[in-house]
Design a binder for this molecule. Structure first.
Ligand code: AMP
Ligand code: MG
Length: 340
């Protein structure tokens, strides 16, 4: 079976093809091709949904064709088409949904809407082999601690305001980078003198809050106003935010007694965060799994894999009129149909 997945929730437009093998109850996946293009807003600005959707429209044909060419396949070879139906930015989501509907209707293929957060989690589990992990999803759109129970991914803890990706990107924009810029902050922090400046640390139960931390970090660089300050504040920002997340994760590991822990989402690429989480796992005797950096951020393979799992489990083809998008679609609203 071959499933084409189309991702377009925010900055990334991606198309990927996954091939499945094995039985329905023990499905295995292989990424045959993965093509994507990331919208870059002007320096100092965040993602403008209309501009990002325009980017997706302009490059969609190229990305789609690249995914087929790299896989040496034609659209006729594809068995199932899936698209990210939410959560995300409305104008961006609609580009992927329209393309998926058109391909499915014209070529008479089954169509599967996919929850983007489930995509992050399930692709991470597939690529690492984690079977029953506690999951940390850290990205531009999410900061959540998740555990699977009774047919759903349940939220054990989450951010009460902005996500960790928004924290890093908004701070980065303030010091002159273009979004997304978590990797630039990581670089700055690693080159700093390591002079920790105290910043607000807010953990409430299993939840975290980053908005006060962002305000204080912006104020700290504005007050000091030199390049050295940018490095030290980036370092302090990372240390504070990542310690908050690690505290919440360690408590969740202790509470749930999960023996596996998986990190997914674009911020999973950060080596300092991974290091802190790995140490917490050691303390809790849990095995640490990290989604490969190449597939940690948004991509079509996440959508193709969940589209495949969903279709193989239900053989359900939704009508074109039902193929909608949902800007706020929480992961715990999704009833998981496949074996897990
Ligand atoms: P996603 O929404 O999953 O595509 O993830 C995008 C987010 O990951 C953005 O907020 C990026 O700034 C962030 N990100 C990417 N690489 C890194 C990194 N090395 N360190 C921290 N954040 C990162
Ligand atoms: Mg994402």
């Amino acid at each position: 079976m071959l499933c084409l997945g189309i991702e377009s929730t925010a900055h990334t437009f991606g198309c990927s093809i996954i091939e499945s093998s094995g039985s329905d109850s023990m499905l295995r996946g292989r990424i045959v091709s993965d093509s994507r293009d990331v919208y870059k807003p002007p320096q100092g600005s965040g993602i403008h949904p209309r501009d990002a959707s325009r980017h997706h429209c302009q490059i969609s044909d190229k990305v789609f064709r690249n995914s087929l060419t790299a896989a040496k396949l034609s659209i006729k070879d594809i068995d199932v088409i899936s698209y990210s139906a939410g959560p995300g930015l409305g104008p961006c989501l609609r580009v992927g949904a329209v393309i998926a509907r058109t391909l499915a209707a014209f070529h008479d293929k089954p169509l599967v809407p996919v929850n983007h957060a489930v995509g992050h989690v399930e692709l991470g589990a597939m690529l690492t082999g984690a079977g029953d992990p506690l999951v940390l999803l850290v990205s531009g759109g999410h900061t959540m601690i998740l555990a699977f129970s009774e047919h759903r991914w349940r939220i054990f803890g989450e951010t009460l305001d902005i996500t960790i990706g928004q924290l890093l990107d908004q701070f980065g924009r303030h010091i002159g980078f273009s979004s997304p810029c978590g990797d630039r902050i990581e670089q700055l922090a690693s080159q700093s003198s390591g002079d920790y400046q105290s910043l607000p640390y807010v953990v409430k139960g299993n939840d975290v809050s980053f908005s006060g931390l962002l305000t204080a970090a912006i104020r700290a660089v504005s007050d000091q106003g030199n390049e050295l300050a940018c490095g030290d504040v980036s370092y302090s920002l990372q240390e504070t935010a990542f310690s908050m997340i690690t505290e919440a994760v360690e408590r969740a590991l202790s509470f749930t007694s999960k023996r596996q822990f998986l990190v997914v989402g674009g911020v999973a690429a950060n080596k300092r965060l991974a290091g802190m989480l790995k140490t917490a796992c050691k303390r809790q005797s849990s095995k640490f799994y990290l989604c490969p950096a190449e597939f940690a951020g948004d991509n079509g393979a996440q959508i193709a894999w969940v589209g495949m799992l969903q279709y193989m489990a239900t053989r359900k083809n939704i009508e074109i009129e039902e193929a909608l998008v949902y800007q706020s679609w929480r992961i715990d609203e999704v009833e998981v149909a496949w074996n897990r």
